[in-house]
Design a protein around this ligand. Structure first.
Ligand code: CAA
Length: 388
C-alpha cells in the first residue's frame, strides 16, 4: 500500500508578542502562575494588518516555492477564527499563493480539532489518487476577553502541511482513535469576537476526550503506549499538554509525576510555550518542534492527540521518514518566533480593542507586519489583501 503523510511542513506567526511577565506585572499577580502554573512565556499578538489569511498564506509560501503546484488539487484551511460566514478563507489563500484554478478550496471547522480532519481528508483523497497533493493549513488567532481567566492563553500562528504519497517527513501509520461528545466547555456564537469558556470544565472535557480517543485507538488495533518515541498534543497552554500526557500514560499503567510529564514534552512544547494557543495549530507546532529540535527521530513513531472543544478528539500516529531533517527549515521557524517585537501592555490592549468595521465602512490599515502578505484594508464589506 502507498504510504501517505506529511511531505513538507512550515509555520508562521505574528509581528508582535506579549510577554507573560509583563502581563502578570500589569495584573499584579505572581508571574510564576503563568511561567510554571500554565507553562507559558509569551504569546503571539496579531498586528492590525495580520489575520488568519495572512498567517496561512505566509506559512504555506515556502512550501509552494519549494514544490510548485504540480498535483496540488485541494487546499483545506482549518480555523475557528473565521472571517466570513460564507466564503472560505482557503479561497483568499489560494489567490495570495497564486494557485491554479483547478484546485478545490475549502474551510473546515470544529474548534481546535479541524486541521486533523483536514489531514485525514487529505489522506483519503490521496489514497484514491496517489498523484494528488493536498495543502492543509491550520490557522488561528486566539483572543479572549481582557482580564478573563483565558487572557493569558491567547496566541496566534499557522502551520501549513503538504500531504502526499511517499512523504519525505512523516508517514501516517495505523488506525485513528476518534471521540465526539456534545458539550459546552468553550464556544463562540456568531455575534461574539471572543469565546465563552468554562475553564475548569474545559480541562476535564479535554482529558475525557483524550482518554476516549486513546481507548478507541487501542481498540482499533493501534500500537501500545511503549511503541511511541514522542508525543504531540493540542496545547491551549503547555501545562494542559502535560496533564493529558500524564493522564494517558496513567491509563497504560505508567505513573508519571507532573514534573516527569512536563519533562517528556519539553521539546514538543518549545514553540507553543512562546506562541501561546493557536487553536488548530498547536498540535502541529508540537510536531514541528519535535522534528526540528529533537535528536534524530528517523524511523520512530510519534503519537498525536488533537482536541477541539465542544468536543471532538483524535489520537493517531505517524512514523518519521529517514532523511526528514533535510526537508525542514528550523532557522526560518526560529526567525518567525525570535523576531517578534515585544509589546507594552498598553499597546497590547489597544490592539485587543481593534475590530473589523461592521458597517462596511472603508479603513486602510497601517503597514506593520513583517510577513510576506498583509491585510491592506477593509473596503465595501471586503477584506483586501496584498503581497508585501
Ligand atoms: N506559582 C505556580 N503555579 C501557580 C501559581 C503560582 N504563583 N498560581 C497558580 N498556579 C497554578 C495552579 O495551581 C494551576 O495549576 P494546576 O492546574 O496544575 O493545578 C495553574 O497555575 C492555573 O491556575 P488556576 O487554575 O488558578 O488558573 P485560572 O483558573 O486563572 O485559569 C484556566 C486556568 C481556567 C485553564 C484558564 O487559563 C482558561 O480559562 N483558559 C482557557 C480555556 C482553556 O484553555 N482550556 C483548556 C482545555 S480546552 C482546549 O484545549 C480547547 C482550547 O484550545 C481552548
Amino acid at each position: 500500500m502507498t504510504s501517505i503523510g506529511i511531505h513538507d511542513i512550515a509555520m508562521a506567526t505574528t509581528r508582535y508578542r506579549l510577554d507573560h511577565a509583563a502581563l502578570a506585572e500589569a495584573q499584579g499577580i505572581d508571574p510564576e502562575k503563568y511561567r510554571v502554573g500554565i507553562g507559558q512565556d509569551s504569546m503571539s499578538i496579531a498586528a492590525p494588518d495580520e489575520d488568519i489569511v495572512t498567517l496561512a498564506a505566509s506559512a504555506a509560501l515556502p512550501i509552494i516555492e519549494r514544490h510548485g503546484t504540480e498535483g496540488l488539487r485541494t487546499v483545506l484551511v482549518a480555523t475557528e477564527t473565521g472571517i466570513d460566514q460564507s466564503k472560505a478563507a482557503a479561497v483568499y489563500v489560494h489567490e495570495l499563493l497564486g494557485l491554479p484554478s483547478a484546485v478545490r478550496s475549502v474551510e473546515l471547522k470544529q474548534a481546535c480539532y479541524s486541521a486533523t480532519a483536514g489531514l485525514q481528508m487529505a489522506a483519503g483523497l490521496i489514497a484514491r489518487d496517489p498523484r494528488q497533493r493536498v495543502l492543509v493549513i491550520a490557522t488561528d488567532v486566539a483572543k479572549y476577553d481582557l482580564d478573563s481567566s483565558g487572557e493569558p492563553t491567547q496566541g496566534a500562528a499557522a502551520v501549513a502541511m503538504l500531504v502526499s504519497a511517499d512523504p519525505a517527513i512523516l508517514e501516517l501509520e495505523g488506525p485513528s482513535g476518534v471521540f465526539t461528545d456534545d458539550l459546552m466547555d468553550f464556544w463562540r456564537p456568531n455575534y461574539r469576537v471572543t469565546p465563552i469558556v468554562d475553564g475548569k470544565s474545559s480541562i476535564r472535557a479535554y482529558l475525557r476526550a483524550a482518554e476516549g480517543a486513546w481507548r478507541d485507538y487501542r481498540e482499533q488495533g493501534g500500537e501500545p503506549w511503549s511503541a511511541f518515541a514522542a508525543h504531540a498534543y493540542h496545547s491551549p497552554f503547555t501545562k494542559m499538554a502535560a496533564k493529558a500526557h500524564k493522564h494517558l500514560a496513567g491509563l497504560e499503567g505508567v505513573a508519571l509525576t507532573p514534573a516527569e510529564a512536563e519533562q517528556s514534552l519539553e521539546v514538543a512544547n518549545r514553540y507553543n510555550r512562546r506562541i501561546g494557543n493557536s487553536y488548530t495549530a498547536p498540535v502541529y507546532l508540537a510536531l514541528l518542534a519535535l522534528l526540528e529540535q529533537r535528536d534524530d527521530l528517523a524511523g520512530e513513531l510519534i503519537g498525536l492527540l488533537s482536541y477541539g472543544s465542544g468536543s471532538v478528539a483524535e489520537f493517531f500516529a505517524g512514523r518519521v521518514v529517514e532523511g526528514y531533517r533535510e526537508h525542514l527549515r528550523p532557522e526560518r521557524t526560529a526567525a518567525w518566533i525570535d523576531d517578534r517585537e515585544a509589546l507594552t501592555v498598553e499597546r497590547y490592549r489597544e490592539l485587543h480593542a481593534l475590530r473589523a468595521p461592521e458597517d462596511g465602512g472603508d479603513r486602510e490599515l497601517p503597514a506593520e507586519t513583517a510577513a510576506p502578505f498583509r491585510l491592506e484594508a477593509y473596503r465595501s464589506h471586503q477584506r483586501v489583501y496584498a503581497a508585501r
